[in-house]
Design a protein around this ligand. Structure first.
Ligand code: FAD
Length: 434
């Protein structure tokens, strides 16, 4: 493997996860029935499901499997979007929206099933996902979510202030939204496990092979890389928020559909039993209602994996250690002074309405972007749906609400200003909602 060529973020996951499979670069000319660009959860899930259907598939990855968002996220398995609820999704997308809601509802259980079925050791814990509310008025958010998700049969509950206090070991929140099917994983281990499962079933993955563009030629899709090209009957562009990271010419309209916002992740040193017995003792994954999100989960070594956001990333690690350390002590005074062993970041692709963007690019060609920081579970399920799309399933059967690529106006400007949104979130977070 050309692992020397790949610089991994200095993350907890990169430090603790066994190396991935040996992979070749794409050199010269190759062919497959389906070509996938990007080896994150979406691309790898699509490839695995295609191999299960005996389809010849090849994945072209700029770095290595899991190098993008999939290997550097917080690993919270969350079967909802960040803000839109079922009624918002159906209002926007009709029948396709209803199918998408069902896909989302089942997405956490599907992820844990995939890990079990392919015997992937990803430190998975299906301990549930909780969204506690950070002001009394915001209980309305939890009530709305419980009402809408219950209607479509999701395993959700409204938690009282006392229940949240018991579940999280803190009096900082005022109740919450609870989904039993959620949980957490080591995301890089899941990425590498999926890659191995693809290879074991005869799929091909080319690493260190950034695609520079794709085009329709002679009834096939041709993908160019630095040292070669590969053609396929069908194409899946699974580069998500990292579209444009390696080649501006890959799919500029898709790259400009999202604001790539840097999300900072941190892991504490392993915490003593006296702490983990009282701080989130049930080991749930937690992300609250702050726009400047408070989130945390344990890893398998009892490190608390959390993080924060910064307006100015200069001297980021020091600033974050101070800011998030104080936050943890505010939420859980019993935690004491916390030492952080890892600080890293990754790009979250935000859309203006917090809904994902899913596209048909031409005959048998598809793409999606706009994870809005909530698509560990969803991207595995979207990968499965995209595998059905390229196998010719009718649009009326797919849980894919298609839209046309619609780049954000003045994207370059917005990109520079994205972190200023944090100031707006801080103001809103401090206010009660009406
Ligand atoms: C810091 C962070 C924390 C997050 N935390 C959570 C969380 O706790 N829970 C949750 O639900 N969601 C979370 N998310 C979102 C989640 O990680 C993503 O939605 C999900 O991983 C998207 O997977 P993907 O396969 O679509 O994209 P990615 O994993 O980003 O994969 C895209 C791949 O395409 C490759 N690529 C890019 N350009 C090219 C090219 N030109 N040629 C070939 N390959 C290319 C990249 O190298 C990358 O491997 C988080 C995201 C980040 C960044």
């Amino acid at each position: 493997m050309n692992s020397k060529a790949v610089r991994w973020p200095e993350s907890l996951w990169a430090a603790v996860t066994p190396a991935g499979p040996e992979l070749p670069r794409l050199a010269g000319t190759a062919e497959a029935d389906v070509v996938i660009i990007g080896a994150g959860f979406t691309g790898l899930s699509a490839a695995l499901h295609l191999r299960e259907a005996n389809v010849d598939v090849a994945v072209v990855e700029a770095a290595e499997p899991g190098w993008g968002a999939s290997g550097r996220n917080n690993g919270q398995v969350i079967p909802t979007l960040s803000r839109p609820d079922p009624e918002d999704i159906v209002a926007k997308h009709g029948a396709a929206g209803e199918r998408f809601v069902a896909l989302l509802r089942d997405s956490a259980s599907v992820l844990f099933d995939v890990a079990r079925r392919y015997q992937i050791q990803a430190e998975q814990e299906q301990a549930g996902w909780v969204q506690p509310v950070h002001s009394p008025g915001r209980i309305k958010i939890a009530e709305r979510r419980v009402r809408q998700w219950s209607k479509v049969g999701a395993a959700v509950e409204l938690l009282s202030r006392e229940q949240v206090s018991q579940m999280l070991g803190s009096d900082a929140w005022y109740g919450g939204f609870w989904n039993r099917t959620g949980g957490h994983i080591n995301p890089l281990a899941l990425s590498r496990g999926l890659a191995k499962a693809v290879l074991d079933r005869g799929g091909r993955i080319f690493a260190n092979s950034p695609a520079t563009g794709f085009a329709r030629q002679g009834g096939r899709w041709v993908v160019q890389t630095a040292d070669g090209q590969i053609s396929g009957r069908a194409l899946i562009v699974a580069t998500n928020a990292y579209t444009g990271e390696f080649s501006k010419s890959l799919a500029p309209d898709i790259a400009r559909e999202v604001m790539p916002v840097l999300s900072w992740q941190m892991a504490t040193e392993p915490l003593p039993e006296s702490v983990w017995k009282t701080v989130i003792p049930g080991r749930q994954a937690m992300s609250d209602t702050h726009g400047e999100l408070y989130f945390a989960r344990y890893d398998a070594r009892n490190r608390l994996v959390t993080g924060g956001a910064l307006i100015n990333p200069n001297n980021a690690a020091a600033k974050l250690k101070a800011m998030v350390g104080q936050r943890l002590q505010r939420l859980w005074p019993q935690i004491g002074a916390v030492k952080f062993d890892y600080v890293w970041n990754g790009y979250v692709g935000m859309t203006t309405d917090f809904l994902p963007r899913i596209h048909r690019l031409g005959p048998d060609a598809y793409a999606w972007t706009g994870c809005n920081g909530r698509a560990v579970a969803l991207s595995i399920s979207i990968g499965h749906e995209l595998s059905k799309a390229v196998r010719g399933h009718a649009e009326s059967e797919l849980a894919l609400p298609f839209t046309k690529p619609a780049p954000i106006f003045a994207h370059g400007l917005l990109r520079r200003r994205a972190m200023l949104m944090l100031m707006v979130y801080r103001r809103r977070d401090a206010r009660e909602i009406a």
